[in-house]
Ligand binder design. Structure first.
Ligand SMILES: [Zn+2]
Length: 285
């Protein structure tokens, strides 16, 4: 069985910490480098539900996309929910490791997994990382569908292929418009509008889109917008990352047991459709 330090070194090789944004907090949060690792759980969020899942699974390592602490803290008292997470992890000998923006821009990374879940062929990064001579790393991906799709069909495919959430998929735009090219970005994507416009794509699929950026984007072009739940857009990365670690484990003869959490940790838990829906078809009226 490998030690935690060996597994972390392999993960750091996939998602080097120095490629994370300067404001980010990635790397090992909890864990003894000398402890042995047999079972690993991948999840989007380091929250009570996924930590409890790691305990039940008898996991030795929980790898999450989102950081536990994005800023410094002066307490890990169990009276705080993050402190409780730290206590539960340490009491159960479970390490926590975070790969966040360093996994977003990786090749393959979060948006590759999102595109893969939707059967989209990747053309290039939406915001290329200038330090990658191969031009494959970067934020978001510009893709084309495996076959001609309309906006409605792309939304239906996202609703079907991404894990189910209360939100589902929101659409802004003509549902019958063709989607020949689409930009995707796992997680909050509305800071990427300028890049999406410059890419000249027909549609943009991401999460956490807000009123004003969407309103302005719609006023300026025919770009269709698809807004999925943040958690759902990043969850496919867990499966990709687990497969990558499985392959590393095989190569090293580690015999790791690698699992992916299916617990929905999107914070939105219910959706009530309006009593009088103005226009669900999106057709002009
Ligand atoms: Zn995220």
């Amino acid at each position: 069985m490998p030690r935690l330090s060996e597994v972390i070194a392999a993960l750091d090789n996939l998602w080097p910490a120095e490629r994370a944004e300067s404001w980010d907090a990635v790397g090992t949060v909890v864990g003894d480098p000398d402890q042995e690792v047999t079972r690993v759980l991948f999840a989007v969020d380091p929250v009570r539900e996924t930590v409890d899942e790691a305990v039940k699974l008898d996991a030795d390592l929980l790898v999450t996309h989102h950081p536990l602490y994005l800023r410094g803290t002066t307490t890990v008292a169990a009276s705080t929910f993050k402190g409780r997470v730290v206590h539960t992890l340490i009491k159960n000998d479970i390490a926590l490791h975070v790969a966040h923006t360093n996994a977003d821009t990786a090749d393959p990374g979060v948006s590759d997994a999102l595109a893969g879940a939707l059967d989209l062929r990747i053309l290039r990064p939406l915001v290329p990382d200038p330090s990658d001579p191969a031009g494959r790393r970067g934020l978001g991906r510009v893709c084309e569908p495996d076959r001609p799709l309309t906006v409605r069909e792309l939304a239906a495919r996202a609703a079907e292929r991404l894990p189910a959430t209360a939100q589902g998929i929101r659409v802004a735009g003509d549902p019958d418009a063709p989607v020949r090219t689409v930009a995707v970005s796992g997680g909050s994507g509305d800071s990427l509008f300028d890049h999406v416009r410059a890419a000249g794509v027909d549609a943009f699929l991401t999460a956490d889109l807000r009123h004003h950026p969407v309103s302005e984007a719609r006023a300026q072009s025919s770009l269709a917008l698809l807004d999925a739940a943040h958690w759902a857009t990043e969850w496919p990365w867990c499966e990709l990352a687990a497969a990558q670690l499985d392959e590393i484990s095989d190569r090293h003869g580690w015999d790791l047991r690698v699992h992916v959490s299916r617990t929905v940790t999107d914070p939105w838990t219910a959706h009530a459709a309006s009593a009088t829906t103005t226009d669900t078809s999106g057709a002009p009226n």
